[in-house]
Design a protein around this ligand. Structure first.
Ligand SMILES: [Cu+2]
Length: 288
């Protein structure tokens, strides 16, 4: 074996060990050994799809590598035994091309249909409306007040002093309240998000909700909704590398019983009409 080959083999082995040890450390640290817990009503379908793909590729991988090892051993070099030249087999070629084509088509059609339902289906009328606007490096959150209506967001108005792009004269927005890096959702109630960004691309990502949505500045995304079906404490992490402070861009997210949610809302002061975003700004400064 040449010097280069030995060097290459050691390099590959070293890289694999480094990869395995960081994965091991991550799992030990977080206690997550498999998929994170799922609490969203869409999540069950996504997990089902992941398991179908995992089983299909797992079985195929085992069959392919099993056959390969078998043939490597069976037809290994033996003194006096000549090699056989094969031109291939057309029937086999057609079979092992057609089967994967149908499998891939089925996965694509099913996945597309699922994606369509997740993103195109309108949120139920009683959904809680919540605005979440990312900024370097935190989350501005806005909840509707007693009228249940969130002030209308205009992506063109989103700016330094107006993270939600709200018109100060919009009556729907006058009783809204805001938080910073703090989200509370009632369990078993649909929540419709209005996502935006103040500066660069951020991403709303909660693995336990199986929910990911990029937030590009200049747009407000109002088609994302979900329903959490069990209570718990989670983390809203930004999943786009959005600057030097990206690592600390996370919000506290809790899914709580309805009564706890109402108690939490009660303690929040509504905004004043003169300064629609003062509460978010003050809290933002206090959190920095
Ligand atoms: Cu970010």
């Amino acid at each position: 074996m040449s010097k280069f080959c030995r060097f290459f083999r050691r390099g590959v082995l070293g890289a694999m060990l480094a990869w395995a040890s960081t994965g091991w450390a991550e799992m030990r640290e977080t206690g997550v050994w498999w998929l994170p817990r799922n609490v969203s009503h869409f999540g069950h379908e996504i997990d089902f799809m992941i398991y179908v793909i995992l089983w299909l590729t797992g079985i195929t991988g085992a069959l392919v590598f099993g056959a390969m090892i078998y043939f490597i051993v069976k037809y290994r070099h033996r003194a006096g035994v000549g090699a056989i030249h094969s031109h291939g087999n057309n029937t086999l070629e057609v079979v092992w091309t057609t089967i994967p084509v149908f499998i891939f088509l089925a996965l694509a059609i099913y996945g597309n249909e699922m994606w369509g339902r997740m993103r195109m289906e309108k949120a139920p009328a009683d959904a809680l409306q919540v605005a979440v606007v990312g900024e370097q490096f935190g989350w501005n959150v806005r909840y509707p007040g007693p009228d249940g209506k969130l002030g209308k967001m205009d992506s063109r108005k989103i700016g330094k002093d107006n993270p939600f792009g709200i018109d100060a004269n919009d009556p729907d927005g006058k009783d809204d309240f805001t938080t910073y890096n703090d989200l509370v959702f009632p369990v078993n109630r649909p929540v419709q998000l209005h996502l935006g960004s103040k500066d660069v691309i951020h991403a709303f990502y909660v693995p336990e909700f199986r929910l990911y949505q990029d937030m590009v500045p200049g747009r407000v995304y109002d088609f994302v909704w979900f329903k959490a079906d069990s209570v718990g404490s989670f983390q809203l992490a930004c999943n786009q590398l959005c600057g030097q402070g990206h690592y600390k861009m996370f919000g506290k997210l809790a899914v709580v019983p309805d009564s706890d949610y109402l108690a939490w809302v009660k303690g929040k002061a509504p905004l004043t009409a003169a300064s629609p975003n003062s509460s978010a700004e003050t809290t933002a400064v206090a959190n920095r």
